[in-house]
Design a protein around this ligand. Structure first.
Ligand code: IPM
Ligand code: MN
Length: 363
């Protein structure tokens, strides 16, 4: 297969975890005789300082031409971020515009912790039980993050407003993705919402329940988001299956899920649109540990696995990467942020982790 892949390394630990992800990409490319052309482009806070924009026109052109996009985390230390005007900060000036440009409405965030790795979780092993295997699907281009924002004085009052809108089409298409995934995995689909308060959630549920009728074979549940936040810590395995969430609830609960399995470093993601998709870790750029070769590259490498699956339609290559990632841990190795109780010679640097994944793929 011949494909062009845009590479947006991002800021902070972005370049170093991307380096490992590209090593793995290269290993799979060589092993299976594919040909990937990499197109690097600036993106994020660094791009603002070097190019005057966090999502420069030249980067848009590179992404437009690419078959898929790999994106590292963005953002610098607070003092540096404070030098950037609000509209040029990477969150609102780069990430949201990237999502909007390719209409990446379905954000896949797999949350996986096999029983054997229960020790990574801050929760007791009996709470992890048989292991965690949740696919969180977050709606990524609608709701309050994309609604109109107003601020100002009105009738003598200071105020701020964020509009939250969901249309029928927006809810339907992501619900279809969630039900399709649940059908494929033969698992339940859990819809998470706040319908006891929000009109958008009542509407969301009505559409999701209409879609549910087309999937009589998929067990369906719905859970209020506050209760879901509680249950995710008390009985996380009850969510094993597919969970569907709107944009903001999905943002919050996927970070919490990262905490449940022990680290946001274990949270890759796919942002899937109708024509193009991009792949990024669910975490930030950790400027405090950047350049030290200690960041966990799992989430970036896992994002490559998701790219093989969702953009390149090569699920067996994707599985090889997943298996290699878990094999590193199963062989007794770990990364710095997950190293409590591990002997120092078992703690891998960023580059050693990537090397080991590559070695396993080549075995
Ligand atoms: C994420 C991030 C982004 C979001 C930020 C950086 C805009 O937290 O991908 O989860 O809120 O979606
Ligand atoms: Mn987030």
């Amino acid at each position: 297969m011949q494909k062009i892949i845009a590479v947006l390394e991002g800021d902070g630990i972005g370049p170093e975890i991307m380096r490992e992800a590209l090593k793995v990409l290269k290993a799979v490319e060589e092993k299976h005789g594919h040909q990937f052309t990499l197109a690097f482009a600036p993106f994020g806070a660094g791009a603002y300082f070097s190019e005057g924009s966090p999502f420069p026109e030249q980067t848009k052109a590179v992404c437009d031409r690419a078959d898929a996009i790999l994106k590292g985390p963005v953002g610098l230390a607070v003092e540096r971020m404070n030098e950037i005007p609000q509209e040029f900060r990477p969150e609102v000036g780069a990430i949201l515009p990237l999502r909007k440009r390719y209409d990446t409405y379905a954000n896949y965030r797999p949350v996986r912790l096999p029983k054997a790795l229960a020790g990574f979780s801050p929760l007791k092993p009996e709470i992890i039980g048989e292991g965690i295997d949740i696919l969180m699907i977050r709606e990524l281009v609608g709701g309050i993050y994309f609604g109109k924002k107003t601020e100002g004085p009105a009738t003598g009052m200071q105020y701020a407003e964020d509009e939250c809108i969901y249309t029928d089409a927006q809810v339907r298409r992501v619900a279809v993705v969630a039900f399709d995934e649940a059908r494929k995995r033969q698992c339940k689909m859990i819809n998470i919402h706040k319908a006891n308060v929000l009109a958008t959630s009542r509407f969301w549920n009505a559409v999701v329940e209409e879609v549910a009728k087309l999937y009589p074979d998929v067990p369906y549940q719905s859970v209020l988001v506050d209760s879901a936040a509680y249950q995710l810590v008390i009985k996380p395995a009850m969510f094993n299956g597919v969970c569907l969430l709107e944009n903001m609830m999905g943002d919050i609960l996927t970070d919490q899920a990262g905490g449940v399995i022990g680290s946001l470093g274990l949270m890759p993601s796919a942002c899937v649109g109708p024509e193009k998709s991009y792949f990024e870790p669910a975490h930030g750029s950790a400027p405090d540990i950047a350049g030290q070769n200690i960041a966990n590259p799992y989430s970036m490498i896992g994002s490559v696995a998701l790219m093989f699956d969702k953009s390149l339609n090569l699920p067996s290559e994707a599985k090889e990467i997943w298996d290699a990632l878990f094999a590193v841990f199963e062989r007794g190795y770990t990364t710095s942020e997950l190293s409590s109780g591990y002997a120092p010679d078992k703690i891998l640097s960023t580059s050693a982790f990537g090397d080991m994944v590559v070695a396993i793929i080549k075995e």
